[in-house]
Structures are given as structure tokens and as C-alpha cells.
Design a protein around this ligand. Sequence first.
Ligand SMILES: *[C@@H]1O[C@H](CO)[C@@H](O)[C@H](O)[C@H]1NC(C)=O
Ligand SMILES: *[C@@H]1O[C@H](CO)[C@@H](O)[C@H](O)[C@H]1NC(C)=O
Length: 274
Amino acid sequence: MSSRRRTAAAAAAAAAMLLVLTGILLSENLPAAEAAAGGGELRMKCSDDDYSYNHTLAHILVQYASAVYTSDLTSLFMWTCPRCQGDTKGFEMIEIIVDVENCLQAFVGVAPDPQSIIIAFRGTQEHSVSNWIEDLFWKQLDVTYPGMPEAMVHHGFYSAYYNTTLRHEILKSIRWARKTYGRLPIIVIGHSMGGSLASFCALDLSVKYGSQEVQLMTFGQPRVGNPAFAAYFNEQVPRKIRVTHQNDVVPHLPPYFGYLGEWTYHHFAREVSL
Ligand SMILES: *[C@@H]1O[C@H](CO)[C@@H](O)[C@H](O)[C@H]1NC(C)=O
Ligand SMILES: *[C@@H]1O[C@H](CO)[C@@H](O)[C@H](O)[C@H]1NC(C)=O
């Protein structure tokens, strides 16, 4: 319990820092929401393994992917935020990680249904959007993935996960959760840019804990690597679903950045769309 209290204090401190940050950077409008809800029929692409899309699960996970945008970190930590109800009731937050310098936010906690460790990444917000976009257009695929000479990834997403506080804190929280609750499966989720960070995290955890222990679900996610990377990724992270922006669960999320779809990266398999 002292560990939880310590984390709560850290979250409160982070909340203070984040408030300062949002105070300075407010009011650059997000691009118009693109995620119009629409009818239609679900299609699966590349269904070459036995991990299949579960709509009920997607509806639960989208709540977590959305809750991570909550800027009131106290209500997020206590799980009383507007997105912290219904299907996600009973979620126990372990840690909220806020990297103020890089404008990143993620959390790790334990969900009752499906009983699992949930790791959620926020997409980038407000001011940082233009930086990311610029970055993506001009510096695509400029890092060789370690141990994979042919696999190139985008350095922005790569270092946002590997070269910030995120990875260290996430691994620490998973160790704590598994020591406390046993060997729970791990579900990694993220929306938009958060989906890209979630992908690197899921790959990292699959290599570390075994690919059957880790599931990945992303919503409206930009591509992170070249075809060689995608192939490597597919092999290492078989349990993954990319829900694209036309899907009816995505409108439950903060605005989707429509132009992300224009990019030239190679998506990994198992796309679900309308
Ligand atoms: C889909 O997910 C829900 C929520 O975790 C679960 O209760 C249900 O059994 C799953 N359905 C299938 C077919 O796996
Ligand atoms: C990681 O961070 C260090 C220090 O902030 C920096 O010098 C280095 O270039 C970064 N590496 C990558 C791959 O971005």
C-alpha cells in the first residue's frame, strides 16, 4: 500500500507540472474530428492467425485508451474520471507516467474484466501535434531497429518509448503488478500516436515476457516502420488488432487526426476497418 501512496504523491506532483504545461500551451486547436460514426460491416484483413477481433473487448479497451487523455491526474488515479465508469469499473491504477518534457502520458493498472494488466498510451496533444507531423514527414524511418539490420523505424516514436521515462516506469509497474496479482496477461493500448508507442511497448514486452502473454490493440494508429519491421513485428506480436478510424469504437476517443492516414509507412497486419 505504501507503494500506491508513493505513486499517488508522484501523480499529484506530475499533475501540478502538467497544469503548468497546459497553462502555457493552451488553445492550439486540434484538427477537426474525422471519426464520423458510420454503419457498415466489419471486415478482417490478413486473418492468418487465431487471434480475432472481439468487439466487446474493443468497446472496453477504447474506454482505457480514452481515459488516458484525462488531464486531471487525481481523478484518473482514483479512477473517478468521466471515462472511468461502466465497463472499466474496478480498475486499479498502479502508476500514471507523465513525461512533461516530451508531453507524453501513459498509465499502468490492473483491470477486473478482462482480468489483466492494462497499459494505455496517450496520443500527442495540442502544441506537440505540429512538431510530430513535421517530424514524421521529414524524418521518416531513420532508426535501425536493434538487432534487425533491415528494419527501419521512426525515431520519434521509437525514442518516445525507449528513450524517455516511459519504458523504465512501465517495466517497473508490470513487475510490481505481477508480483502482487500473479502472472496476469498484459494488454497494451493506444490511440493515434499513442498507438505507435503502444506498438513499441507491445514488441518490447512480447520479447521480454513471451508473445502469448501480450495483446496489443490500437485505435487510429500511424505506421511505425518499414515492411521489414512490420514482418518482424507480426512474428513477435501475433496477438494484435489495429482498429482503424472508420470503426464505430473510435468516435468514443478524442479527435482523430484524419491526415495520419496519408502516410506512407507500412502497416502491420490484422487491420480491422469498416
Ligand atoms: C470478448 O471479450 C469479452 C470481454 O473481455 C469477453 O467476456 C468475451 O468472452 C470475449 N468473447 C470471445 C468470443 O472471446
Ligand atoms: C536519447 O537521449 C539522449 C539524451 O537525451 C540523446 O543524446 C540521444 O540521441 C537519444 N537517442 C535517440 C535514439 O533518440
